[in-house]
Design a protein around this ligand. Structure first.
Ligand code: NAD
Ligand code: USQ
Length: 414
């Protein structure tokens, strides 16, 4: 890597952005974080806190500087609103790449109310558009690396493997069969996921019209909490979401087990999702920065996920490791009760990613973190109370598998 290469990390105070910023700094990049700390404010709105005691950003950065001698810059900007400041920052920093994590990322939060739907759309779409527009206005050749989601594809695969972004289809052109590649048809399952499909259209346009070099990482559900760098000092600890809106499924099950709450399986637990450990998230982003698309190359899309699991299998695994009770709740979401999911992810493997897969060692590590901080969990915030439609009843107790199927069918129409 050439010395003095700079990277701007948008959303660098968040769950994926913080460990990525540390990793990139350690690799020798000059890192500048932009974050409006909205995620910390949402904790206040929801009346809960990260399982782990995260420090203020200023203290995080001071401790990193004391430990490593490396400085990470910080700018408190709202990328969805502070366009002029963002554009000036890009011109001043002249980054090799911008890594874009700065979006409202919880599907349940995006479905809570009309206000939350509108906030998620305004924040995510304006933010992404401002970044693209500012790159073009700066006149610089900046590689944009965006964190997207596997959820843009939906989770129904019609019996095939989900390709990395582009689908090969056969069409009849003037009576001759031709194969063409088209962007995979979007099939979002929440307002949040929908914003990621709209982001993809913005990328398509700015890549086509302005030759902006873009990598879109379609990431699966992230689990785990620590990376090599966040383990260096307690001040560097990563955030860990567990409550009903932001907590993701496997991390939630591990916290629920630690506090003696039943594991909250939504519906039958037949949903299959793609997963990645946070340590592979940071590796993948580093690899994506090292392998930018060529100028005028189309948007490069990677599936950033290393394995797939069915929700009820994850619950069974956590129950076996911890003795936790499994309980089935009416699914608050409008999603298929069962799905198969097979994905392609060869591009990162070819670049040298050696994937971390679900192992008892790594699960134990998270179980230990959960046990250490379990007093910080307010159990009344565990059940997901955001529902995809007003006619889905809120289930605080868990109805049991016997009564579940008819209720799910009536409510969700599946
Ligand atoms: P997070 O909420 O922990 O971090 C997002 C950060 O962006 C926060 O620090 C927040 O304050 C900041 N931010 C939000 N809007 C902003 C704005 N307008 N201006 C400036 N800063 C803003 O989320 P995360 O889990 O780190 O996710 C990061 C990205 O990765 C998201 O785009 C998400 O869609 C994607 N992703 C996450 C997961 C996961 O399981 N966590 C999985 C797949 C994809
Ligand atoms: N689920 C449960 N019980 C729970 C929580 C979730 O059964 O207590 C189920 C959900 O109903 C869903 C599945 O587990 O079927 C995954 O839910 P999740 O909350 O772990 O993940 P999701 O809402 O899809 O969103 C997360 C991140 C998001 C990212 C996405 C990747 O919050 O930012 O985009 O994972 S993906 O799922 O591949 O689209």
């Amino acid at each position: 890597m050439a010395s003095q290469e700079r990277i701007i990390v948008l959303g660098g105070d968040g769950f994926c952005g913080w460990p990525t910023s540390l990793r990139l700094s350690r690799e020798g990049y000059d890192v500048v974080i932009v974050d409006n700390l909205s995620r910390r404010k949402i904790d206040v709105e929801l009346g809960c806190q990260s399982l782990t005691p995260i420090r203020p950003i200023e203290r995080r950065l001071r401790t990193w500087q004391e430990l490593t001698g490396r400085t990470i810059g910080f700018h408190n900007l709202n990328i969805a609103e502070d366009y002029h400041e963002l554009e000036q920052l890009i011109e001043a920093v002249r980054p090799k790449a911008i890594v874009h994590f700065a979006e409202q990322r919880a599907a349940p939060y995006s479905m809570k109310s009309p206000r939350h739907k509108r906030y998620t759309v305004d924040n995510n779409i304006n933010g992404t558009h401002n970044v693209l527009c500012a790159i073009v206005e700066s006149g610089l050749d900046v590689h944009l690396v965006h964190l997207g989601t596997m959820g843009v594809y939906g989770y129904g695969t019609a019996g095939m493997s989900i390709p990395e972004g582009y689908l090969t289809v056969k069409v009849d052109i003037d009576g001759v069969d031709r194969e063409i590649e088209i962007p995979y048809p979007p099939h979002p399952g929440s307002i949040y996921h929908m914003t990621k499909t709209l982001d993809a259209l913005l990328f398509y346009y700015y890549n086509k019209n302005d030759d902006v070099r873009i990598t879109d990482l379609h990431q699966g559900v992230v689990w785990g909490t620590n990376t090599e760098e966040t383990l260096l000092h307690p001040d560097l600890i990563n955030r860990f979401d567990w409550e009903g809106d932001y907590g993701t499924v496997l991390n939630r099950f591990l916290v629920e087990a630690a506090v003696g709450h039943p594991l909250t399986v939504h519906g039958t637990g037949g949903q299959t999702r793609a997963f990645i450990h946070i340590r592979d998230t940071v590796r993948c982003i580093s690899l994506a920065i090292q392998h930018p698309p060529a100028r005028k190359e189309r948007v490069k899309i990677f599936n950033q996920a290393t394995e797939t699991h069915r929700v009820r299998d994850l619950a069974a695994l956590v129950a076996r490791l911890t003795g936790a009770e499994i309980r089935h709740y009416i699914n608050p979401r409008n999603e298929a009760p069962d799905n198969e999911l097979v994905i392609h992810n060869e591009q990162f493997l070819e670049l040298g990613l050696n994937p971390i897969t679900l192992s008892e060692g790594l699960l134990q590590e998270v179980i230990e973190v959960a046990a250490r901080y379990r007093d910080r969990v307010d159990q009344s915030k565990i059940i997901a109370d955001s529902r995809w439609r007003a006619d889905i009843p809120l289930d605080r107790e868990g109805r049991g598998l016997q009564t579940l199927s008819p209720i799910t069918q009536t409510v969700n129409g599946h």
